[in-house]
Design a protein around this ligand. Sequence first.
Ligand code: COA
Length: 184
Amino acid sequence: MKFKVKIGKEISEKMVRDACAVDAIVYPENMRGDPDSCVGFFRKNPNIYTMIVNSDNNDLVGYINMMPLKEDDFKKLALGKFSDSEIMKNGPVAYDKPGKYWIYCCSIGIVPKYQNSAPVLMLISTVKSFIKRLEGKGFTIAGMAAEAISQDGEKMCKRLGFEKVCKSTAGYPVYARKGHFADD
Ligand SMILES: CC(C)(COP(=O)(O)OP(=O)(O)OC[C@H]1O[C@@H](n2cnc3c(N)ncnc32)[C@H](O)[C@@H]1OP(=O)(O)O)[C@@H](O)C(=O)NCCC(=O)NCCS
């Protein structure tokens, strides 16, 4: 089976809605992305999504959504004072000028039949290259955080050098790290 990576402008609004359909398969009901909000975030910053499609039929196989947040929003999140739904009100900032950025790893999902194979590695390595390109242009990733709502999510956070820092207002562990994982 062949897979293709799609990033930034290669991603359409329909694909963002398809990513919400992946959420409907792999996330509990209260943690799924709302399609209209996700399209709004994508319009603010199309680089938040990295997606993998099946080259044979163009079906969406999986995606990761990594949103740079306002520093204040990020810090509240990393202190457990901010819930995912509150973050969703402000959404991401754009990568519009060099400077410091704080990334919230908002969600990652792979359709079950494609899990435990190449797509997860493709997502991670594409995100690493993207971060390195950003850093090369003076966009410094000062910190990253994620709310781990599943064992799969916790495993991913630990693998990427995140440490548990607190619980979210929803009761899930919040993981964070200084800098980014692209150089690890
Ligand atoms: C989270 C999710 C995307 C991970 O994808 P996956 O295909 O299941 O990937 P796995 O974590 O099982 O990893 C498979 C293998 O890829 C490799 N791998 C995964 N991530 C890696 C990384 N960052 N670096 C190096 N290798 C990695 C490992 O060899 C791993 O095998 P191992 O667990 O036996 O060591 C997927 O499980 C999923 O969609 N889950 C449901 C949604 C969910 O819970 N999302 C997280 C919410 S916080």
